[in-house]
Design a protein around this ligand. Structure first.
Ligand code: AMP
Length: 130
């Protein structure tokens, strides 16, 4: 059965999309640690990060860097951090998170946002993509 993230890539489940290319896809996390929290995923459905073939792993990191740079330009923050966990969704994803304090890295504190706010955040990040 396809993962929820494959369904997002295929447009079967809605998302606040940031970017996509032939191999990777980025969208806002629906339960964000901070405003601008974004997930970067390979279109190839693989469960664990270390099981990715090396070109896909390197490509995902390059794609996440590009998205992180746009987040850094769009969202005022101390710095942008990246985390890979994967305990909830068995489809590799890099969390790209604007950090203000350590609490944004803990996955304990969550921001509650309205759809309109998600849309505006996605627009502001997309506007900074080069
Ligand atoms: P983890 O697998 O523990 O790295 O976390 C999975 C992340 O996916 C969590 O931060 C969720 O909020 C996020 N997530 C789950 N479903 C969706 C969805 N439909 N759209 C956006 N983000 C999601």
């Amino acid at each position: 059965m396809p993962t929820i993230f494959t369904k997002i890539i295929n447009g079967e489940i809605p998302c606040y999309k940031i970017a996509e290319d032939d191999d990777f896809f980025a969208f806002l996390d629906i339960n964000p640690n901070a405003i601008g929290h974004t997930l970067c995923i390979p279109k190839k459905e693989v469960n664990k990060i270390l099981d990715l073939d090396e070109p896909t792993y390197m490509g995902l990191m390059a794609f996440s860097r590009k998205i992180g740079k746009a987040i850094e330009a769009a969202i005022p923050c101390e710095r942008v951090g990246m985390t890979i966990i994967g305990l909830e969704v068995p489809h590799v994803h890099v969390h790209v998170i604007p950090l203000h304090t350590m609490k944004n890295a803990t996955f304990q504190h969550k921001e509650k946002l309205e759809p309109k706010e998600f849309k505006e955040i996605a627009i502001s990040i997309r506007a900074k993509l080069k």
